[in-house]
Design a protein around this ligand. Structure first.
Ligand code: COI
Length: 353
């Protein structure tokens, strides 16, 4: 793929690495590429970070044909730039786009684009502990028109953001509100895709949870409002009776890269992992009788986020005395150790640029 480069006239001052937060700063350049029906993908370019002008009738603004991905670039102890399993993001975006009837970006082009912009902006990869360069590839329908049909043109963009912790709590337990009014997804819908619409639909519940003093919501399935599916924007796992239980990938749950990696590591360590329906009643009961010993969310942004407390219909369960569990901590240390190059990558997940 030929990539044209237009360098920014002035470069931004880089933020202090002490308090980056998540998604607050963006680098000097972005990757862009267009798709036109009959012509395919064209005009790959690295250009200065700037607003994207749009016709008011641009289809994404009306019918939300939009998908995105999230992954990170790291600077390892040897100074190498690395990515973590970028081909998984490329494949997931293809699956998302198929469901939303959008143009597909081949895996090799996705990875090449990510590598190109990360290399070009490598000075932006932070090096302080727990920091990385968050990579946000996204695609949207760029055709103008208000008829409802698959667009004939799309734009693919990658923006980059130096980040620290996703939650202000850092890697400390969060309080979770079990949501029984709003639902995130149903089988047959778009839950397994990373489309903007899923996140738009989730915000009301998040606002509700926050208004009650909770950091995030635990989503129940959309049909029975009974089985636990995800936590906030992450997959979720529970340690009950020494086994790790997580929702199966049957259409309403996002196939997380971190979820997949954690399941691999757990099985490698000899843990029994059950991908099965877990009812909220079984979960609360396990919490009350001490069988629920740990719970944590898994996602690219926060990596592993321990759950310390669950609230459901007037009942409260505290997990592991609201402390990060030993398995949760070991998983966090191992996965981040592999990602940041502190631990040998025996799974072949890390890609050196
Ligand atoms: C992730 O954890 O990777 C996410 O999807 C969070 C993102 C929506 C900010």
């Amino acid at each position: 793929m030929e990539i044209k480069i237009e360098r920014a006239q002035t470069l931004k001052e880089k933020p202090s690495q002490d308090n980056l937060g998540f998604g607050n700063y963006f680098t000097d350049h972005i990757f862009m590429m267009d798709y036109t029906e009959g012509k395919g993908w064209h005009d790959a370019r690295i250009v200065p970070y700037a607003p994207v002008p749009m016709d008011p009738a641009t289809m994404v603004l009306h019918y939300a044909q939009e998908t995105f991905e999230g992954l990170k670039a790291y600077r390892d102890p040897n100074g190498d730039i690395t990515l973590f399993r970028p081909e998984m993001n490329a494949r997931r975006m293809i699956n998302s786009n198929r469901r939303i009837c959008m143009a597909e970006l081949p895996e090799d082009m996705f990875v090449e684009a990510v590598e190109a912009i990360v290399k070009y902006e490598q000075d932006w990869i932070p090096t302080a502990k727990d920091t990385s360069l968050y990579i946000r590839p996204f695609m949207f329908a760029s055709e103008a028109g208000v008829g409802v049909h698959p667009a004939k043109s799309y734009t693919f963009i990658i923006i980059l953001s130096p980040v620290g912790n996703y939650y202000p709590e850092g890697v400390n337990p969060v309080k979770i509100w079990v949501e029984d009014e709003y639902v995130r997804a149903v089988k047959g819908g778009t839950g397994f895709t990373k489309c903007g619409g899923n996140y738009a639909a989730s915000i009301a519940a998040q606002v509700k949870a926050e208004s009650h003093g909770y950091t995030q919501v635990l989503w129940l399935d959309g049909v029975h409002r009974k089985y636990v599916e995800e936590v906030g924007t992450m997959n979720v796992m529970f340690v009950i009776d020494g086994k790790v239980i997580t929702a199966p990938l049957e259409g309403s749950v996002l196939p997380g890269v971190t979820r997949d990696s954690i399941i691999h590591i757990l099985k490698d360590w000899g843990y029994e992992v059950e991908e099965r329906e877990l009812s909220i009643d079984e979960l609360m009961e396990a919490g009350k009788n001490g069988k629920l010993t740990e719970a944590f969310g898994t996602g690219t942004a926060a990596v592993i986020s321990p759950v310390g407390q669950l609230y459901y219909k007037g009942e409260e369960v505290i997990i592991n005395d609201f402390k990060t569990g030993s398995l949760t901590q070991k998983l966090y240390d191992t996965l981040t150790g592999i990602q940041w190059g502190r631990i040998e990558d025996k799974y072949g997940w890390v890609r050196h640029l």
